[in-house]
Design a protein around this ligand. Structure first.
Ligand SMILES: Cc1cc2nc3c(=O)[nH]c(=O)nc-3n(C[C@H](O)[C@H](O)[C@H](O)COP(=O)(O)OP(=O)(O)OC[C@H]3O[C@@H](n4cnc5c(N)ncnc54)[C@H](O)[C@@H]3O)c2cc1C
Length: 414
């Protein structure tokens, strides 16, 4: 590829804090609230103008039961504002707009400094120590200093920039397909409800009979639901999983562009199909499509330990366990070493991109919202403790961290 030399220049250091959290998804939110509440001067950086990541921007609002910590506060507050559907054994629907209000309020009330509309682009690293991160926004290119950084970007952007290794998908790099979520209203749910799970078989038949041109994945794939619908919070509203977009890379802009083009075209085709074919959808209309296509899987950062499926099956207790994941039949622990990217001295990683084998991430709920919040909260509290003691994460006393997590109802040992 041809290249051009960018002239070097000095950047303004626009902020200097104890802890910078990059990424305002559920994991980064839990991390920054926890860090700030524990007394660290904390800055949260997010590229969009609102918080929630996949849970709001991706319209992923069918959330499995939450057992611990800040997630429970979020749940209570969303419910108080009428933004929660009937609690189900496997998941409960949230109103994404209510969730946006609640998350912003929680961040501001916790005293977290917030910088929105700001993209993380680089790190300044010396001997495995991040001296500063570089961000870009309408004010230009800027540097931000901190003692500790938490990578909650979902894709591990900060870790990779700082030199951490990562794994991605299968051995050949292929990952779970992406999906564009969209919501429809004016659905007669009484009539539509029995058909929501059957949408994929109707659609498949129509494609086979050449009644419709729909070239995305329809069937369930590796535990992902395929094209289905689910009732949301309001009585005439459903969320639709708009088809599986496979073979593209969630950390490559060209691929994300292709995915958005094809998924958005298919969302309209699918909505029109539902109106014609599925009882109860006759008057339905799309009220919102996700701000971005949903990326289920990208990089997994290699930490000091890689959690294995056997660890989860054995419910292995680690001397540095800091999160307990309860998801369906699963109940297991995540050690702190999965949050410390190998080779980087002052960085923690949380959420979807922590250090775990692929099957743990896919099968055990580790990439679902409650688990992402738990690893975020553990990272946030750890960062604040490190800031207070002016030490790096690897020097942190695990008994102190665990006790703090237990006291804050973030974590429960056996
Ligand atoms: C289609 C789909 C369906 C799903 N279904 C469910 C479900 O039903 N239930 C469930 O619990 N989970 C579900 N998941 C998984 C779940 O939504 C995510 O794994 C989880 O929300 C990830 O949270 P996170 O905070 O780790 O990352 P994200 O939510 O991805 O948050 C990362 C944040 O960082 C920001 N960011 C990223 N890069 C940068 C950068 N360079 N600079 C600045 N900001 C940046 C992003 O804007 C975002 O706000 C689904 C996922 C998808 C894609």
């Amino acid at each position: 590829m041809r290249s051009i030399k960018e002239p070097s220049r000095y950047l303004p250091i626009v902020d200097s804090v104890d802890v910078v959290v990059i990424g305002g998804g559920v994991s980064g939110i839990a991390a920054s609230i926890a860090s700030s509440r524990k007394g660290a001067k904390t800055l949260l950086i997010e590229r969009y103008g609102f918080l929630g990541g996949m849970a709001t921007a991706g319209l992923v609002t069918t959330i499995p039961p939450i057992h611990y910590g800040i997630g429970l506060e979020m749940e209570r507050r969303v419910k108080e504002l009428g933004g929660m559907g009937t609690k189900g054994p496997f998941w409960t629907a949230y109103d994404p707009e209510v969730l946006k209000f609640v998350l912003m309020d929680m961040i501001c009330e916790a005293g977290v400094k917030l910088l929105l509309h700001t993209l993380f682009v680089d790190t300044v690293v010396e001997d495995g120590f991040i001296k500063a991160i570089i961000v870009e926004n309408k004010s230009g290119r800027q540097a931000i200093e901190a003692g500790l950084f938490i990578d909650a970007t979902g894709d591990g952007d900060v870790s990779v920039s700082a030199g951490a290794e990562y794994l991605k998908g299968e051995e050949d790099g292929s990952t779970l397909p992406m999906t564009l979520m969209f919501n429809m209203r004016d659905v007669n749910l009484k009539r539509a409800r029995p058909f929501l799970n059957a949408i994929k078989s109707y659609l498949k038949r129509s494609v086979e009979n050449k009644e419709i041109e729909f070239s995305l994945g329809i069937e369930s794939y590796d535990g992902q639901p395929g094209v289905i619908g689910a009732p949301l919070v309001h009585e005439d509203e459903v969320t639709i999983w708009g088809g599986l977009v496979g073979g593209l890379n969630g950390t490559k802009a060209e691929d994300l562009t292709k995915a958005e083009i094809v998924a958005r075209k298919h969302a309209l085709i699918l909505a029109n199909y539902l109106k014609k074919k599925i009882p109860g959808f006759e008057s339905a209309k799309i009220t919102v499509t996700a701000t971005q296509i949903g990326v289920r899987e990208s990089r997994r950062i290699v930490g000091d330990y890689i959690l294995t499926l056997q660890d989860a099956k054995d419910r292995k207790w680690f001397s540095d366990s800091v999160a307990r994941i309860k998801h369906g039949k699963w109940d297991y622990y995540v050690p702190f070493r999965c949050l410390t990217p190998k080779g980087v001295r002052n960085l923690l990683v949380s959420g979807r991109c922590i250090s775990a084998a692929r099957d743990v991430l896919l099968l055990t709920g580790l990439r679902e919202i409650p688990a992402c919040m738990s690893t975020g909260e553990a990272a946030g509290i750890a960062a604040a403790l490190c800031a207070k003691q002016k030490i790096g994460p690897r020097k942190l006393n695990m008994k102190l961290l665990q006790q703090t997590l237990v006291n804050m109802n973030v974590f429960q040992p056996a």
